[in-house]
Design a protein around this ligand. Structure first.
Ligand SMILES: Nc1ncnc2c1ncn2[C@@H]1O[C@H](COP(=O)(O)OP(=O)(O)OP(=O)(O)O)[C@@H](O)[C@H]1O
Ligand SMILES: [Mg+2]
Length: 237
């Protein structure tokens, strides 16, 4: 049995893609409410695959995976939708809508939840202030830099104050200062109560922002430690 504050619990999870590729195997892991988890490992280790399973985008081929109280393997579509509503997702393939303004991009999850304009406008402004983009409300994403777009994606992911935030390489392709700012935002959200799981190659970031480090290698869990015990000497830019 998992502890009551366990947000995600997996037991012997295996994922085999239709190609026959076994992307993950033997993954047994508990993630507690309020934690900040770095998911590391080489390219192809299985980080994105694991994150996709957590929001119900993929189902385990075998094993058990419980997310926010729902067993993913048996989840109905309505339960998967409920997990998505309660999860902020910052993925490179979850692009901003380029035909909508920054304001509308961030407002979208609230509109889905049925928020009316009187409350919605104030909430969107507040979240855009948090990521320091409140002066770009009426810009279109194409007029923003990569780092600015990433901050809008974070604003969109946090606007409903979800209990769980999943971020896949949110600092990829960004310069050091911008990467640190993005990480500051994510750790800020974690302090406000969201559980954050972030896949990253940037091991040197871990030393400035402590957290749990779950390490994958070739689809297996090979390390589970705290970042103060991680040596980033082997990491490269
Ligand atoms: N849709 C798919 N069909 C078949 N195999 C896939 C699919 N997506 C990923 N894979 C394979 O599964 C393995 C894990 O991929 P995944 O994308 O999870 O790795 P990753 O750790 O996120 O890597 P990166 O750091 O490059 O993003 C890789 O061998 C990859 O080629
Ligand atoms: Mg990936």
């Amino acid at each position: 049995m998992s502890a009551p504050n366990t947000l995600i619990s997996t037991q012997q999870v295996m994922l085999r893609y239709q190609t026959g590729k076994v992307a993950l195997s033997g993954i047994t892991l508990d993630i507690h409410q309020g934690s900040f988890v770095y998911l590391t490992g080489e390219s192809g280790a299985g980080k994105s695959s694991l994150l996709r399973m957590i929001y119900g985008g993929l189902r385990p081929s075998s094993g058990h995976m419980r997310v926010l109280g729902t067993e993913i393997r048996e989840a109905k579509e309505s339960q998967v939708r409920d997990i998505r509503r309660r999860t902020g997702i910052i993925f490179q393939n979850h692009r901003l809508l380029f035909s909508r303004t920054v304001f509308e991009n961030v407002a979208l999850p609230l509109r889905v939840q049925g928020w009316k304009d009187d409350r919605l406008v104030a909430r969107v402004r507040k979240v855009l202030e948090f990521v320091r983009m409140d002066d770009r409300l009426w810009s279109y994403p194409e007029a923003l830099s990569g780092g600015e777009q990433q901050r809008i994606a974070i604003a969109r992911a946090m606007v409903t104050t979800p209990p769980l935030i999943l971020a896949d390489e949110p600092t990829g392709n960004l310069d050091e200062d911008t990467a640190r700012h993005i990480l500051d935002l994510l750790t800020g959200l974690n302090k406000l109560g969201s559980t954050v799981i972030m896949a990253t190659h940037d091991l040197h970031l871990l030393t400035s922002h402590p957290g749990r480090v779950v390490q994958l290698h070739a689809g297996q869990l090979v390390g589970d430690t705290h970042s103060s015990h991680v040596h980033s000497g082997g990491a490269h830019e």
